[in-house]
Structure formats: C-alpha cells, structure tokens
Write a protein that binds this ligand. Structure first.
Ligand code: M6P
Ligand code: ZN
Length: 186
C-alpha cells in the first residue's frame, strides 16, 4: 500500500507543511530573564516576534526510540547588544544528543558543557552541527535576515529550561563592532 506523503519541507526557507505540523512562537514578552540586559528587553515592544518553531512530533513526548523533527526561524534583532536567540536548554535526559542543520541566513550554535565551558559554532546554509550529550544548546541569529535551521532530536530527550533560567550560560554572544563575540558573564 502506498500512503500519500503528508509532511513536506521547503529547503529554501525550512518551512514545514502538512497536517501534523505544530507551531509555537516566542515573543519578547515570553522571554523574561533570557537576555543579559533585562531593561533593554523591556524597552522593546512586548509583541515583537523573536522566534518560532515548527515541529513534527509523530509520537508522544517521552516515548523511547522515537525522533522529533523541527524547523526554528529566528528573527534578526538585538536585545541591547545580544543577538535574538532561543531560550536554550539541556536535555532532561542529559545523555541524549541532537542534530542541527542550518538552512537560511546566518546564525551561531552556542554550546555549554556541565563544567560551564561555553563555545560557539558559526551556522551557515548547509552546515551540520552535532549537539553532543550533556551540552546546553541555544541558537542566535547573527545576520540581517531570518535565520532558519532544522533539528532532529530523540522523542524522550525532554527540555530542561530551568537550569538555564537559573544559572544562564557562562557566556553571551554579543554584537561587538558588527561581529559576534562570546563574552563571559560576570
Ligand atoms: C530546536 C530544537 C527544539 C527546540 C527549538 C527552540 O528546534 O532543539 O527542541 O525547542 O530548537 O529552542 P528552545 O526550546 O531552547 O527555545
Ligand atoms: Zn535540544
């Protein structure tokens, strides 16, 4: 039996379409405590879109052995001198990894291990990034247009946002003289 293809992806934009695509949006109002300069965040219009995530979740979250697929679209912009970025998370199951593939625009993958060493990898269309286990990860848009990337992660990985909201990353990706620079947090 041949079933019709129900999920498609536009390789130029990363957009997913199909019956089972879920979408969440994160605005400036949704991201208190995420950026270093909280006053600069509050000075922006609360409805300003920072990023949205389209995902295909074919099994229930927490199911062992399944995979999730998604595209994240990050708007260009700054909060103070920090690039618009995702909240960032460790996986609740720390030994679970993830793949990211850049689609369009310019971005950066910021990775921090459990000893709080932080580094970043530039993301350009076609670059493939393996997020190792035990690493917190977030993505920033370092360009002037929407940055999109694909992600594939285990359905039982889970998101631990609390550790990041409590302790942050040990460094922030700031726009210094027009270039991304990782600056240690005090
Ligand atoms: C990628 C994946 C998702 C994640 C999204 C946004 O698409 O890693 O699991 O939800 O990025 O990142 P965050 O949840 O940290 O805001
Ligand atoms: Zn993840």
């Amino acid at each position: 039996m041949i079933l019709p293809q129900s999920l498609t992806m536009d390789f130029s934009t990363g957009a997913l379409s199909g019956a089972d695509v879920e979408e969440v949006s994160r605005t400036i109002a949704d991201l208190p405590g995420v950026f270093g300069d909280e006053a600069a965040r509050r000075a922006l219009a609360p409805v300003t879109l920072v990023y949205r995530v389209q995902s295909h979740l074919p099994v229930a979250a927490g199911t062992e052995g399944g995979l999730f697929w998604g595209t994240t679209f990050i708007q260009p912009g700054l909060v103070g001198d920090e690039y618009f970025m995702t909240k960032g998370h460790f996986h609740a199951k720390r030994d679970h990894g993830e793949y990211y593939v850049a689609c369009s625009g310019e971005g950066a993958l910021i990775l921090m291990d459990e000893e709080r060493h932080t580094r970043f990898e530039p993301m350009r269309p076609g670059s493939v990034h393996y997020v190792p286990s035990n690493m917190a990860h977030r993505v920033a848009n370092t360009g002037a247009s929407v940055f999109s990337f694909f992600a594939c992660w285990p359905s039982d990985a889970g998101h631990d946002y609390d550790s990041i909201l409590r302790d942050g990353f040990s460094a922030r990706l700031r726009c210094i003289s027009g270039q991304p620079e990782l600056v240690s947090t005090p």
